[in-house]
Write a protein that binds this ligand. Structure first.
Ligand SMILES: Cc1cc2nc3c(=O)[nH]c(=O)nc-3n(C[C@H](O)[C@H](O)[C@H](O)COP(=O)(O)OP(=O)(O)OC[C@H]3O[C@@H](n4cnc5c(N)ncnc54)[C@H](O)[C@@H]3O)c2cc1C
Ligand code: SF4
Ligand code: SF4
Length: 406
């Protein structure tokens, strides 16, 4: 069958292509809200609660229908990494920020610097819900202390764009820190709401291996014999690089798992289905994308915290320079695109497999994501005929088995 994209929010959700970014909530001014489903994903509810105008705006921007790059740099696109001006090691200038943050604290350091230097009035990002610390909420940080307090990678469901409408309504310059798919939606939504390009002064992201459903965190506390109501802190990583997953309880107990204990068994990741066919996990809509930088793609122990950063726009170039000049950011050696392949081998494998996965979805009559400018077909040519046939058959089987459903 010819490739096609979903024609309604209901179809996006039913096809497993909603990542729960929260744009649905922003566009409807909270009339439709993001709710955690029984299978542990944030999804818009009700899914038929949109006016025709709202649904048109959402379909044009939703990560479940579309993804495209946003660089204004005059450089050729690397087939895997896209348009990048500079790739290099970097970390936060402040040693405590570097220690507390997920990797080397680049995203937190840039967010703090944007506020401290007056370039942004606030940062829209995510953090733990104080009343339910295993769950996330979108956060508007108006101070660098608040940006720092919300440092760390949140591997469970997040809906940062649920706060986009409130952020735009303030009419002040602001920055967004969010996942690549979220920033893809912001970029596409700018065509509907002109305030986006006027007000968003910096778009910062992480390179992203996939969002886990809430079940992943629920499994962790189950194993520890805890109930969610007992949990006072749930931190996936940080306080070291990668740092432990740490759980604390209201009655003063604490538990830690190493990064490898948390992530060794891929079968337990409970990854969202949209992530398995994500066409831009590398942040091609960001001004700066920050990643882990472990040779081979995984940690062999703890280190002081080194991000690999990709600077993807003129605004990103100016921001990094200004943060370095202020001492907020330290930059290290350059990394070539092919060296970066070795730091992120799983990302390269996924990008190469994608066109075949889309062909498998289409063969099963399933909608896919439009990926203009993301070089998906070009990368797919790296597969041998046998590899391509296996990817197509495997994906068709998974669709037919209901693995791409809400
Ligand atoms: C779901 C997920 C999967 C990842 N997979 C990979 C991978 O495969 N390879 C890799 O190199 N790196 C991956 N990372 C990125 C890595 O964990 C770090 O986030 C990245 O290196 C930036 O580190 P940092 O120290 O600069 O971040 P920090 O300084 O700790 O800042 C993190 C910022 O991001 C925001 N944030 C955190 N989680 C989310 C979220 N889920 N949604 C929206 N905003 C969020 C926080 O609010 C905070 O502002 C992943 C991150 C996430 C969240
Ligand atoms: S991915 Fe975002 S915009 Fe698309 S349906 Fe889900 S919440 Fe709405
Ligand atoms: S893998 Fe892609 S779809 Fe999944 S959370 Fe990351 S950026 Fe979003």
């Amino acid at each position: 069958m010819e490739p096609r994209v979903a024609e309604s929010v209901a179809e996006i959700v039913a096809s497993g292509l909603c990542i729960g970014c929260g744009l649905c909530e922003a566009v409807t001014e909270q009339r439709v809200s993001m709710r955690l489903t029984d299978s542990g994903s944030l999804r818009p509810a009700p899914i038929d609660g949109f006016s025709p105008e709202e649904e048109t705006a959402i379909l044009a921007a939703c990560p479940g229908t579309t993804a495209s790059p946003r660089s204004d740099l005059d450089v050729p696109a690397d087939p895997v990494w896209g348009r990048v001006g500079d790739i290099r090691y970097a970390w936060a200038g402040h040693p405590d920020v570097r220690f507390e943050a997920a990797t080397g604290g680049v995203l937190t350091a840039l967010g703090m610097h944007l506020l401290d230097s007056g370039q942004a009035a606030f940062v829209l990002h995510v953090g733990a819900d104080p009343s339910a610390p295993m769950r996330s909420r979108w956060v508007i940080s108006e101070t660098s202390a608040s940006v720092r307090a919300n440092a760390g990678s949140w591997y469970g469901p997040t809906a940062p764009l649920a706060g986009l409408g409130k952020a735009l309504d303030r009419g002040q310059p602001f920055a967004i820190i969010a996942k690549p798919c979220d920033l893809g939606a912001v970029h596409a939504y700018a065509r509907t709401d002109k305030r986006v390009d006027d007000l968003v002064v910096a778009r910062l992201t992480m390179v992203c291996g996939g969002q886990s459903r809430f079940e992943k965190s629920a499994d962790v506390i189950d194993e520890l014999g805890l109930d969610e109501t007992e949990v006072s802190l749930f931190r996936y990583r940080g306080y070291g690089n990668p740092g432990p997953t740490r759980v604390e309880t209201h009655d003063g107990r604490s538990f830690e798992l190493t990064y490898n204990e948390m992530w060794d068994d891929e079968a337990g990741w409970k990854t969202e289905s949209r992530c398995t066919v994500c066409p831009d996990a590398l942040g091609e809509c960001a001004d700066v994308a920050a990643a882990d930088a472990w040779p081979g793609g995984g940690p062999t122990g703890e280190d002081e915290g080194f991000n690999g950063i990709m600077v993807r726009s003129l605004a990103g170039t100016a921001l990094v320079q200004s943060a370095v000049d202020a001492g907020a950011l330290v930059i290290g050696d350059e990394i070539t695109a092919r060296e970066y392949d070795d730091l992120q081998p799983h990302q390269v494998r996924k990008k190469v497999a994608l066109s075949a996965r889309y062909a498998g979805m289409s063969a099963a009559g399933h909608p896919v994501i439009a990926t203009d400018g993301l070089r998906v077909d070009e990368l797919g040519e790296r597969l041998t005929n046998d590899q391509r046939a296996a990817e197509i058959a495997g994906t068709t089987r998974r669709v037919e088995a209901g693995r791409y459903s809400s």
